[in-house]
Ligand binder design. Structure first.
Ligand code: C5P
Length: 306
């Protein structure tokens, strides 16, 4: 077998979903700078794919929207995932990772985390390193707070900094529209703005909302719409004020509810069915308050080898 080229050997491709946070309750900053969360994740059907192919050395390539805004060096979270797995097994990360991006870049939908989870699973399969689910989840948590959820998918409550997951039952399919904004927001900057906006106030301990968990379990979109919350939304709107107009345009167009997705700047609109999703997506685009719209359903499966 020739390990020196990308074309003569087996490749492994992993498909991995985006997420939206249906609840993001944020506590006060911890001594380590992170924030304790009650983070209810829902995986939605926008996917990246990561293909791992044997190569002489670690190399990253990417295709898709806005890939000029992701690093192609070893600071890419997918590269760090390959390096971490290789180091754990005392091998060299001789792999070419090709990322096909469909998840908005720096959009608050865990695109970078998704690629890390996908790279980890793809390399573990390619290298036959045979990690258990628990070992993969531990490596994911080392890579970033949202990475374990990208592996698991479905719906889950994330505690700690978001990495300690409990799967949640979901009783139906929820329909969403996502409005992609111009540019991205840095997650640390949004948490920093949260700290600034909450300075001098008593920030409550983050707790999952019983009404929200019940709405997820029943599959009732109207009930879920009434209980969506994101404690990072004021911070994201403060750093990116035009998002307020996007949120209004979506609710005017018939969305049941609108919120910033995670740390933003993507905005998420829960709608009652697939037809309404298409209507709200067209109206949002026509409003001129966003760059692009996407329609997706959730929950969907986590990172999967194709
Ligand atoms: O874990 P991750 O690398 O994705 O986090 C990126 C940044 O987001 C952290 O460096 C921190 O500034 C912020 N963060 C936080 N509290 C969390 C998760 C992330 O403050 N629970």
């Amino acid at each position: 077998m020739n390990l020196g080229t990308d074309t003569t050997t087996t490749s492994i491709t992993v498909r991995v979903p985006a997420k939206v946070n249906v609840q993001l309750a944020v506590g006060a900053a911890r001594p380590d700078g992170f924030h304790d969360l009650a983070n209810v994740f829902l995986a939605v059907g926008l996917h990246d794919e990561v293909t791992a192919t044997p190569a002489d050395t670690l190399r990253i390539t990417a295709e898709g929207h806005d890939v000029d805004r992701i690093p192609l060096d070893r600071t890419n979270l997918a590269a760090r995932a390959a390096e971490l797995l290789a180091a754990r097994h005392g091998i060299e990360p001789r792999v070419h990772l090709h990322i096909r991006k469909d998840i908005p870049v720096a959009g608050g939908m865990a695109g970078g985390s998704a690629d890390a989870a996908a790279a980890l699973l793809a390399c573990d399969t390619l290298w036959s390193t045979g990690s258990t689910r628990e070992e993969l989840l531990a490596l994911c948590a080392e890579l970033g707070s949202d990475v374990p959820f990208s592996l698991v998918g479905g719906a889950a409550l994330g505690r700690g900094r978001g990495e300690l997951l409990t799967p949640l039952p979901v009783g139906g399919t929820f329909h969403w529209v996502f409005a992609v904004a111009d540019g991205g927001l840095s997650t640390p900057a949004v948490y920093g703005e949260f700290d600034r906006l909450t300075a001098g106030t008593a920030v409550p301990e983050p707790e999952p909302a019983p009404d929200l968990l019940a709405a997820l379990e029943s599959g009732d979109a109207t009930a879920l719409a009434a209980s969506l919350t994101n404690d990072l939304q004021p911070a994201a709107l403060s750093l990116c004020p035009p998002l307020t107009a996007t949120l209004s345009a979506g609710t005017t167009a018939g969305a049941l509810a609108a919120l910033v997705s995670g740390s933003g700047p993507t905005t998420a609109f829960l709608v009652k069915d697939a037809e309404t999703a298409r209507e709200v997506a067209s109206a949002l685009l026509a409003s001129g308050t966003c760059r692009q719209t996407r329609v997706a359903e959730g929950p969907v499966a986590g990172a999967t080898v194709l």
